[in-house]
Write a protein that binds this ligand. Structure first.
Ligand code: BES
Ligand code: ZN
Ligand code: ZN
Length: 504
C-alpha cells in the first residue's frame, strides 16, 4: 500500500473517498465539516439534527457528491468518540475502519483527514498512528489461494486499496516524518503476519533462515545461519534435542544491524521460531493443533523488526536471534525423562517434551549473552497459562530488570500492543528443582507463565533481560478494524518502538 501526504484543502481534493472523524464533544460542527456539509448539500447537518451522527464510535455516514467540481466524490464521516479520549490507538482503529470502508466500496484509493487531540497532540504521532492503522488494515494473506471464491466474496472482500492519502492540520514536515515511521512499522508487522501465516510445510526453519538472508540482501543487515554442525560446535544441545525427532534441520538465525560505533554494546532481540509444535512425544490433542504453525510468531516478529530497524537506520546496534526447529514425535524424538546438556552447561531434565520453547530459547539466550548486549528482550508463544492469565488483550512481561520491564510496558502502550507484568520472584524457581539434573523444564500447573520465565532466567546470567509471553496475542480472532483473523504480527511494533526509544 502506498502512502501519500495531501496538502490541498479537503473540499477541493479529488478523491473517490474522503474520510473525516467527528468527535462527540465538539458542540458545533467544526469548520471543515461545515464546508463539507455545504459541498454535500446539508447531509451532515441533517444527520446531526436527526441525532444519528453525534460522533459516537459506532456512528457513520456515507454521502455521495453531485460530481461537479474537483472535490471528493464520496464522503465518509466516522464517529471518533470524545476528542479528549483520543490516543494513537483510537486513531489506528479509525484509519482501519476507513480502509475497510474503502474495501467494501471496491475503491483503490482513500483520503483520510486526521486531527490532533487528547493524548495524541503531536502531528507526527497522529500521522504515524493513522498510517499504521491503514497499512495494517490493508494486509491480507493471499499467497496460497489460487482462485477467487465468489461465494466467500461478501465475507472476505479482497483488499484492493492501493493508496492511502493522509491530510491533516499541523506542520507538514512532522506529518511526513510520522507517516514514514508508521509505514515502516506497519509494513514490518505485515511481513511478520505473512511469515506467521505460512503453514508448517512452507515455513520450515530453513525457510525462515532463507527469508532472513533475503532481507539482508536488500537492507544494511548481516545474517549468519547456524545449521546442525555449527550448532554442535556451539554446544547448542537443547535446540538440537528438540529438533532430533524431526526430518527438518534446525537453524539458529543471527541477524546483525550496526547503526552505531562498533564498540557500543548491542541490544539483543530473541524470538521463538518453532515452526510447528505438535508437542513431541508429549503429543498435543488434535483439536486446534493446526494453530501450532503460529509457534514461530516470536521469531517472525524479530526477523521483521530487524528489517524495520535497518529501514529506519536507527543509530543503535541490534542483534536479532531466532532459534528455529520443529517439535514432532518420532522414534528419534526427545523423550519425557531424558536429561540433556545445554550451551550454558546446565543439565535439564525434560519432564514434558511440549515445554520445548524454553529449551530452544535457553540456548539462544545463552548465545545472545555471549555477545555482551546491554539488554536482551525475548518474545515467545511460550505458555497456554498466559492465555488463561491475561487473555488476548495483553502479552505477559517478566524480567530481571524493572527499568527494562517498564520500557517495554511504555513501548506496548505507544504501539497499542500492550503487555502486563507478572512477578519473577526467586521462590518460583523452586518449582523447577530436579532430582536428577540441574533443573527440570516444567514446574507444574501453578503459575505456568512465571515458572517458564524462571526457567529462561537461568540462562541469561546477570544481563538485563525481559521476556514477552505472546501466546495469547500473536494470533487470534483479529477483532480490531486493522486486523484479520489469524496472524496479528504482535509484538513487531512493540519491539520497534522499544528500540526506537533506546535509540533516542
Ligand atoms: N507453544 C506452546 C504454548 C502455546 C499454547 C502457545 C497455546 C499458544 C497457544 C508451548 O510450547 C507449550 O506447549 N507449552 C505448554 C507447557 C506445559 C507443557 C508446561 C503449555 O502451555 O501447555
Ligand atoms: Zn509445546
Ligand atoms: Zn511451543
Amino acid at each position: 500500500m502506498n502512502v501519500r501526504l495531501v496538502l490541498a484543502e479537503p473540499t477541493r481534493h479529488a478523491t473517490p473517498l474522503l474520510v473525516v472523524p467527528l468527535y462527540e464533544d465538539d458542540e458545533d460542527l467544526p469548520e471543515l465539516h461545515g464546508s463539507l456539509d455545504a459541498l454535500f448539500e446539508g447531509v451532515v447537518s441533517r444527520a446531526r439534527s436527526a441525532g444519528d451522527l453525534m460522533g459516537r464510535v459506532q456512528d457513520s455516514l456515507v454521502a455521495y457528491g453531485s460530481g461537479d467540481g474537483p472535490g471528493p466524490s464520496r464522503l465518509l464521516v466516522l464517529g471518533a468518540g470524545k476528542r479528549e479520549a483520543q490516543d494513537a490507538e483510537s486513531i489506528r482503529r479509525l484509519a482501519g475502519k476507513a480502509v475497510r470502508a474503502a474495501e467494501r466500496l471496491k475503491l483503490d484509493r482513500v483520503t483520510l483527514w486526521l486531527e490532533a487531540g487528547g493524548a495524541a497532540t503531536d502531528p507526527a504521532v497522529v500521522a504515524q498512528a493513522g498510517v499504521e492503522g491503514a497499512v495494517l488494515a490493508g494486509w491480507e494473506y493471499r499467497e496460497l489461494k489460487t482462485r477467487e471464491d465468489e461465494s466467500q466474496e461478501e465475507e472476505a472482500p479482497h483488499a484492493c486499496v492501493e493508496t492511502v492519502e493522509v491530510a491533516g492540520g499541523g506542520d507538514p514536515d512532522a506529518l511526513k516524518r510520522g507517516m514514514e515511521v508508521g509505514a515502516v512499522l506497519a509494513r514490518a508487522e505485515n511481513f511478520a503476519r505473512t511469515l506467521q501465516s505460512r503453514p508448517g510445510n512452507v515455513a520450515t526453519p530453513t525457510h525462515l533462515a532463507d527469508v532472513a538472508a533475503a532481507l539482508a540482501e536488500k537492507l544494511p543487515l548481516e545474517v549468519r545461519v547456524l545449521g546442525p554442525e555449527e550448532l554442535k560446535s556451539e554446544s547448542m544441545h537443547a535446540l538440537l534435542a528438540v529438533s532430533q525427532g524431526s526430518e527438518e534441520e534446525p537453524r539458529l538465525i543471527v541477524m546483525t544491524y550496526r547503526g552505531s560505533e562498533a564498540d557500543q554494546p548491542p541490544l539483543a532481540l530473541v524470538g521463538k521460531g518453532l515452526t510447528f509444535d505438535a508437542g513431541g512425544i508429549s503429543l498435543k490433542p488434535a483439536s486446534g493443533m493446526e494453530d501450532m504453525k503460529f509457534d514461530m510468531s516470536g521469531g517472525a516478529a524479530v526477523i521483521a523488526a530487524m528489517g524495520g530497524i535497518a529501514e529506519l537506520k536507527l543509530p543503535v546496534n541490534v542483534v536479532g536471534i531466532v532459534p528455529s526447529s520443529e517439535n514432532l514425535p518420532s522414534g528419534s524424538a526427545l523423550k519425557p525423562g531424558d536429561v540433556i546438556p545445554t550451551r550454558e552447561g546446565k543439565s535439564v531434565e525434560v519432564v514434558n517434551t511440549d515445554a520445548e520453547g524454553r529449551l530452544i530459547l535457553a540456548d539462544a539466550l545463552s548465545y545472545a549473552r555471549s555477545l555482551s548486549p546491554s539488554a536482551i528482550v525475548d518474545c515467545a508463544t511460550l505458555t497456554g497459562a498466559c492465555v488463561i492469565a491475561l487473555g488476548h488483550d495483553a502479552s505477559g512481561v517478566l524480567g530481571t530488570d524493572e527499568g527494562l520491564v517498564q520500557e517495554l510496558r511504555d513501548a506496548g502502550d505507544r504501539s497499542g500492543e500492550r503487555c502486563w507484568p507478572l512477578p519473577l520472584w526467586k521462590e518460583y524457581g523452586k518449582q523447577l528443582e530436579s532430582t536428577v539434573a540441574d533443573l527440570k523444564n516444567v514446574g507444574g500447573r501453578a503459575a505456568g507463565t512465571v515458572t517458564a520465565a524462571s526457567f529462561l532466567k537461568a540462562f541469561v546470567g546477570d544481563c538485563p533481560w525481559a521476556h514477552l509471553d505472546i501466546a495469547g496475542t500473536a494470533y487470534g480472532e483479529g477483532k480490531l478494524s486493522y486486523q484479520r483473523k489469524g496472524a496479528l504480527g504482535v509484538p513487531t511494533r512493540l519491539l520497534l518502538e522499544w528500540v526506537r526509544g533506546r535509540a533516542g
